[in-house]
Design a protein around this ligand. Structure first.
Ligand SMILES: [Fe+2]
Ligand SMILES: [Fe+2]
Length: 374
């Protein structure tokens, strides 16, 4: 079992309650958690003295400390002092099968939060199968109710939640910021907010923090008041569930390049390309290419397509990049490697050519339907 103490919004400086902080640290040292996660707002104004005092006090914690900055820490260019006293703003740590990933959700001198593509990719790179992933950040990915301003402030919250749902198969997200403890489940993710451990700005009966106990299959969450004891919030299963609906939305929105391949006499792939692009949804595009240098479109196909209002240009020669870029490949000859083969004979006369165009159109329609969520 892994035990985590999750504290937040300490606000060293004018707002800080030294008495509460001292008690929190004493209590944590008694609990002996495997790690203490601090989800930001160590200071009030991001100034040097506040960071210095925070570091001095937090060094009394006997367990490992895992800390990320909050919006108050970014005030007045304060993150340089965060770096000075607490080191990296993005951090990674592993305890048994629990991976802790900390990110910086602050924007300079702004109360809004933003993770950004670079950090989202950084998170994705640290996802390992079979691990329980805990993502620590200051800003919340869902609005926290009953906080006065029940709004969301993480600009790319939707992207973050989707990335966690897809890559981690569900993560535990620890956040702070609103000074109100709260937890909820969103898709596969457990979202857990800590209140404030030691600020005067407390919207609860007392300052508080979270105790999280993790084992292979469950998460137990307890809310610990500094002077009023402990309340068990709940025990939740952390077995990955499968809301596949999110993957369907994701797949629908991916742009897809389809490659039609043939060897000599590229009329079949060229017809498929032209028909596909005329029937194509907004996010799909097809190209065709011949694998033989002397490939060309024959006049028969050109005249049939011309009659239907389509102009057939000369085929392109297949390049390595075309293969690399392709989301899906279709070939007309079995010896050409592709995701699927369309066994259609080359036409020898006008009738056969017209029949071929009809057949290709049917197959293209079918392919588009399948590609939507492929
Ligand atoms: Fe705060
Ligand atoms: Fe904050």
């Amino acid at each position: 079992m892994i035990r985590i103490a999750h504290i937040s919004d300490l606000h060293f400086g004018f707002e800080h309650r030294k008495d509460k902080m001292e008690k929190v640290i004493r209590q944590i040292n008694e609990i002996e958690p495997d790690v203490v996660v601090i989800t930001g707002d160590l200071t009030l104004w991001g100034i040097h003295e506040e960071f210095k005092n925070a570091e001095e006090e937090l060094s009394k914690i006997e367990s490992e400390v895992f800390v990320v900055p909050g919006n108050h820490d970014g005030r007045n260019d304060g993150l340089k002092y965060f770096d000075l006293y607490f080191g990296k703003r993005k951090r990674y740590m592993k305890i048994d099968n629990v991976a802790l990933i900390g990110v910086d959700s602050t924007l300079p001198d702004s109360d809004d939060g933003y993770i950004g593509r670079e950090q989202r990719d950084w998170i994705a790179e640290r996802i390992r199968g079979n691990c329980i992933h805990i993502i620590a950040m200051h800003h919340h990915v869902v609005p926290v109710p009953h906080t006065g301003r029940n709004m969301n402030v993480l600009i790319d919250a939707a992207e973050v939640v989707e990335a966690l749902s897809i890559y981690c198969r569900g993560a535990i997200v620890l956040a702070g910021h609103r000074h109100v403890p709260y937890s909820t489940k969103l898709l596969r993710n457990h979202i857990i907010h800590a209140g404030t451990a030691s600020s005067y700005k407390v919207l609860m009966p007392d300052n508080n923090y979270n105790i999280i106990e993790l084992d292979e299959s469950s998460l137990r969450l307890k809310l610990r008041f500094v002077d009023l004891g402990e309340i068990e919030i709940g025990k939740f299963s952390i077995k990955p569930e499968t809301p596949e609906s999110i993957m369907k939305y994701h797949k629908l929105s991916i742009t897809k390049k389809i490659l039609f391949l043939s060897r000599k006499n590229s009329c079949r792939s060229k017809i498929a390309e032209v028909l596909f692009n005329s029937l194509s949804p907004m996010n799909m595009h097809s190209v065709s290419a011949g694998t033989s240098p002397e490939n060309s479109v024959d006049e028969l196909a050109r005249s049939v397509m011309d009659e239907m209002g389509y102009a057939l240009s000369e085929p392109r020669k297949l390049s390595h990049e075309m293969r690399e870029d392709a989301y899906y490949t279709v070939s007309f000859e079995e010896e050409i490697d592709a995701d699927e083969h369309w066994k259609l004979a080359r036409p020898r006369n006008l009738e056969e050519c017209k029949k071929l165009v009809k057949e290709i159109e049917e197959r293209v329609r079918d392919l588009i339907g399948r590609l939507l969520i492929l």
